[in-house]
Design a protein around this ligand. Structure first.
Ligand code: NAD
Length: 475
């Protein structure tokens, strides 16, 4: 009956809450015991991640295929291979990262010594999103354990096979006393956010990012928000046709090959001068044919839209009649297969949703400009993107892009590959998020940089203490 059902549901909720609270309490005990501090423990966890990846590569490929239709090559390129690289980098640099860094002091401090000592934050909560469900879960875990923290990972419910894989496999390899996976949807996320963490690292949408930030404010918990938005690509006039071909192929790759546009750093739209648009469109069509054949719907290894909700969301973007009439290539959909064709549009209305919301799918609007320099104002009149891509040989224009726009990052003459460059920080600015990670930046994100000043008792200078008089000002 209904009341028994309600009681059962409430019990489930309170049990779930208890379990989370108990989990957090256990992890706090572990952290307090200093178990996670030694470099040896951190390296053991990093090696365990490496083993987890190696031993279970096939299972990971299967899970990624089941959730997202990802081809194993794409799965290796974007997920497994990147985890492996990150772990190896962290293992080779860890000793250097944990060492205190000497800092010069002003002469007035003499004799003294100053240093910055990284210390772990405590128990950290990591939320990941579904579109790269392995790398976006494990990359921050690599940073968190490198920095000596205990971790709760909340993978995304929208990639259930990957989420299940992480939940079942992580405890077999990593230290259960310090690293846990709690899976579930928004309800579980909300409950986790009610607890007090020492850091929350969130990858996801600006909408949920706001919820995370609001919850964190209650406990003054530091937060990193890795959010999304609309990443523009500017295509300048490139007179050399071979270079133009490479540029457009990279634009096509930057739009469709990361998971048919379901990537935070995928190209959202292209800005191009009117006279270059026909060449751009022709070369884009050619790339689509090269990538997916004449009939992408029948192509076996093309990713699909993650679920019905997102299929409808992307499909709805095309239903606006003015948007539909701007399609110059593609536009077909198959709801049963959650398939949306790689689609090119030219000058859809700027106030339509396709130009105001993050597309996160295979639709590519092209906006034509009279002069390429108008792209600066176009970008500046919208929220700050995670990445700006600019394809140009003009050094003055490159400087203009750098000095007159703001974005998480800028990549010239390529797309997407900045993600695997760990010597560069990865993160957003403004609406695309704040904080950064990858490589040493991940270590820093999960550490507190403690300022340490070492002094001796002598010499002791009298004028620093009251009673004050004019003479003391001279010192
Ligand atoms: P999402 O915000 O819906 O979900 C992210 C996480 O938050 C998931 O684990 C989800 O379970 C959880 N969640 C959802 N609702 C919640 C709530 N009310 N309370 C607490 N937790 C909740 O995002 P998504 O659909 O998984 O991912 C797509 C978005 O993420 C896009 O905007 C994309 O650009 C962005 N993204 C950013 C990056 C980056 O590195 N900057 C990477 C991938 C995706």
């Amino acid at each position: 009956n209904r009341s028994a059902y309600i009681q059962k549901t409430e019990d489930n909720f309170s049990n779930a809450k208890n379990t989370m609270e108990e989990t957090l309490a256990e992890l706090r005990e572990t952290f307090k015991s200093r178990r996670t501090r030694p470099v040896a423990w951190r390296k053991k966890q990093l090696n365990a991640i490496l083993n987890l990846i190696h031993d279970n590569e096939d299972l990971i490929f299967k899970a990624l295929y089941k959730d997202l239709g990802k081809h194993p090559t794409e799965a290796f390129r974007d997920e497994v291979g990147v985890v492996e690289k990150s772990v190896r980098d962290s293992l080779s640099c860890l000793e250097k990262w944990v060492a205190p860094k000497k800092r010069p002091l002003p002469l007035v401090f003499f004799p003294a010594r100053g240093e910055v000592l990284p210390e772990p934050l405590g128990v950290v909560l990591i939320f990941s999103s579904w579109n790269f469900p392995i790398i976006l879960a494990l990359e921050p875990v690599i940073g968190a354990v490198s920095a000596g923290n205990a971790v709760v990972l909340k993978p995304s419910e929208l990639a259930p096979a990957c989420s299940k894989f992480l939940k079942e496999t992580i405890p077999l390899y990593l230290d259960k006393q310090a690293i846990r996976v709690i899976d579930g949807g928004a309800d579980v996320g909300e409950k986790l956010l009610n607890l007090k963490w020492d850091k929350i690292f969130f990858t996801g949408s600006p909408r949920v990012g706001r919820i995370v930030l609001t919850a964190a404010a209650k406990h003054l918990t530091p937060v990193t928000l890795e959010l999304g938005g609309k990443c523009p690509a500017i295509l300048d006039t490139i007179s050399n046709s071979a270079e133009m071909k490479v540029a457009v192929k990279r634009i096509a790759g930057g739009k469709w090959t990361p998971h048919i546009g379901q990537a935070c750093i995928a190209i959202d739209y292209v800005l191009v001068q009117e006279h270059c648009a026909p060449t751009l469109i022709e070369l884009l069509k050619k790339s689509i044919r090269e990538f997916y054949g004449e009939n992408p719907k029948d192509f076996k290894s093309i990713s699909r839209i993650v679920n019905k909700h997102h299929f409808e969301r992307v499909h709805n973007l095309l239903k606006d009649p003015e948007v539909a009439s701007s399609i110059v290539h593609g536009g077909s959909v198959d709801e049963e297969k959650l398939f949306i064709e790689p689609t090119i549009l030219v000058n859809p209305p700027l106030d339509s949703e396709i130009m105001t919301e993050e597309i996160f799918g295979p639709l590519l609007p092209i906006i034509t400009l009279k002069d390429i320099e108008e792209s600066i104002e176009f970008i500046n009149s919208r929220p700050k993107p995670l990445v700006i891509y600019a394809f140009t040989k003009d050094e003055a224009f490159k400087r203009k892009v750098l000095s007159e726009t703001s974005s998480g990052g800028v990549t010239f003459n390529d797309a997407i590959i900045q993600f695997i460059c760990d010597s560069l920080p990865f993160g957003g600015v403004g609406q695309s998020g704040f904080g950064r990670y990858h490589g040493k930046y991940s270590f820093d994100t999960f550490s507190h940089e403690k300022a340490v000043l070492y002094r001796n008792f002598f010499p002791e200078i009298g004028p620093r203490y009251p009673p004050w008089n004019a003479f003391k000002l001279l010192f």
